[in-house]
Write a protein that binds this ligand. Structure first.
Ligand code: NAP
Length: 178
């Protein structure tokens, strides 16, 4: 009986565990962007991004530069924009202190959607639970990169190769090592 109770409690705790997930598309050198833009156009990957970031409650954390590049809040999601600028922005909640935001962020799931600077800080602070990376089989000569993560994470899911608009890519999911 005790074993069953313990098992039920563990299952319950696991169900309650909220996760911080990072989602990005990278080239074979972990490149995220070239001169401020993504040098590829893969609509199916955009759909993958939108479908995933709307799941698990649809809370997204986005760096101010990436937010400006997109030019509007991501629809059907709660947008948290990381910036030191205190000027309010319609349709988003501003986050000025990443460390306290992540520390207090325990009761909901969160998608961190970039850019390079934000990915680097979240991985560096050991706050990421899962990574959803679209690996594109090309080198675009990017000048911004996804941080090194292979030592801290293990691959748990990988799709077959896809092709769209001449780009070959696959979806991968990594989990933080215990
Ligand atoms: N391939 C992909 O999957 C992907 C995904 C997302 C973005 N991107 C690319 O990444 C590039 C942008 O990345 P980025 O590194 O230049 O910029 P970013 O990470 O989008 O935003 C950086 C900005 O966030 C704010 N910020 C960062 N850390 C902060 C902190 N601790 N506290 C408060 N505010 C903080 C600052 O904004 P303020 O200056 O306003 O204070 C900083 O300038 C774009 O080219 C975009 O296309 C690629």
């Amino acid at each position: 009986m005790r074993v069953v109770t313990d098992l039920l409690m563990t299952t319950h705790q696991l169900m309650l565990k909220k996760m911080i997930r990072l989602i990005a598309a990278t080239d074979r050198k972990s490149g995220l962007a070239k001169q401020g833009f993504q040098p590829w156009n893969i609509p199916d990957d955009e759909k993958y991004f939108n479908d995933h970031t709307k799941s698990h409650g649809g809370n997204v954390l986005i760096g101010a530069i990436t937010f400006k590049t997109i030019g509007r809040p991501l629809v059907e999601r709660q947008n948290y924009v990381l910036t030191r600028d205190k000027t309010p922005v319609e349709g988003v909640e501003l986050v000025h202190d990443l460390e306290s935001f992540l520390k207090d962020y325990k009761d909901r799931d969160l998608w961190v959607v970039g850019g390079a600077n934000v990915f680097s800080q979240v991985i560096g602070a050991d706050k990421a639970d899962e990574l959803y990376i679209t690996h594109i089989e090309a080198d675009f000569g990017c000048n911004q990169f996804f941080p090194e993560f292979v030592e801290k994470f293990k691959l748990v899911d990988e799709s077959e190769l896809h092709e769209q608009n001449g780009f070959i890519y696959r979806y991968a999911v990594y989990k933080k090592n215990k």
